[in-house]
Design a protein around this ligand. Sequence first.
Ligand code: NAD
Ligand code: UGA
Length: 464
Amino acid sequence: MKIKNICCIGAGYVGGPTMAVIAQKCPNIAVTVVDINEKRIAQWNDPDAEKIPIYEPGLSEIVEEARGRNLFFSTDVARAIDQAEIIFISVNTPTKTYGIGKGMAADLKWIELCARQIAEVAKDSKIVVEKSTLPVRTAAALKDILDSTGNGVKFQILSNPEFLAEGTAVEDLKNPDRVLIGGDVDTLEGKEAMDALVNVYASWVPRENILTTNVWSSELSKLTANAFLAQRVSSINAMSELCEKTGADVQEVAKAVGMDSRVGPKFLKASVGFGGSCFQKDILNLVYIAKSFGLKEVADYWEQVIIMNDHQKRRFAANMVRKMYNTVSGKKIAVLGWAFKKDTNDTRESAAIYVADYLLNEQAEIVVYDPKVTEEQIYSDLNYLCTRSEEENRKFVTVVDSPMEACAQAHAIAILTEWDEFKVIDWRKIYEDMLKPAFLFDGRRLLERDTKEKIGFEFYAIGN
Ligand code: NAD
Ligand code: UGA
């Protein structure tokens, strides 16, 4: 089957960049990304490609090249479904905040809505691709909904989880370690659907990097991949606390351990804790699934990754208070970095939110600088926690446009995102304009202890 039209439901951090790269690499396929969020679609269509809603290095250039040629952003979901041979579902699947599985299971209501809309609109056979991260066996539910509510047309369900990381999304999409496609390997129709999707990716991904499996393996591999990555971060963060007690340096330990080719060097950077929209949500989902099969030990094992991560965020904030003579009440603290990692404007589950919240509970005044995150987003993140009123958040949190401004007359600085620009700040100048003793808390191991101590800072770095 030759694919000419692709539709993607969900113009978010996955749908937008993924479809932009498919459109760039497959100029003969028309790719339409649809969303119910009109504002988001309007931003994707902004004539100034710098104003697209997602910041990712290299993304605006691709959008500029392909948009209007074979890449389209629209709110007309039904039309895009009708025209497409392949429909990607790339909507959000956050942790449930109500009912059974509250706080653990993935909320699949948006997935189900998509399935119902596809069933309602489709007049000919469609390949429906799970791009969102989903609990294992979701494809069975999707198939049920599509087959029993549709117009009698045939649907093939594929699982094609996305492994891109934010901040490097474009690079990850252009040169993926692997593309994973799960489908119905036991039927001819299933194999044909898988081939059709394999051929789309084969336009730029070497065939040997395109992996095909059964649907359940594909769905579970995505949750497993995120769990393994997050586990490495929690493992090194656990060691960071022990390093601080023993005089070992976590960076040296990570290097020594990572040079063992069986372990490898990546994802061993100690930090104030992992954030992002997926690690926590996907592990909680994994824990929920394990529990629902009665696998208590499996569930407990993975839950510990989250427990460690929460501990790390709290420990960092508590340490700040302790070092500052056990009180930060009325003290000005500069927070450098709000995004959950560098090179993204995404703040979902960012450690900065929790550290700031902890300090605000201790009555500190917070001044935030982040090169890509908007003021409104910062207030919205804090308001979402519902720890204090919106008025209080506005009163005790200020958002500024430069590190210099954030640190002026501050008692302390907390580096919470590893933005490159923080490495080259004129730290001497910053120090001069702070109240003394001036504290510098590095939650990202971005700065050199020696030079900062020479300047005069009371310096604390995670794991050292
Ligand atoms: P997102 O919240 O940025 O985007 C989802 C979009 O879907 C939103 O714009 C929302 O308005 C839209 N949407 C929801 N229901 C809809 C409907 N019925 N019709 C049309 N549009 C609808 O989410 P995201 O970060 O892109 O994540 C999407 C999925 O991909 C999640 O399952 C996530 O776990 C997974 N994932 C995310 C990343 C990442 O880096 N963010 C990486 C890999 C996988
Ligand atoms: C992660 C995975 O890396 C992607 O493969 C996956 O597709 C994605 O989740 C997803 O499913 O959403 P992402 O969350 O965008 O990607 O970014 P990561 O680079 O994995 O970083 C996650 C968090 O871990 C960040 O807060 C980062 O600062 C932290 N981290 C990462 C560390 O603290 N130390 C490390 O060594 C690596």
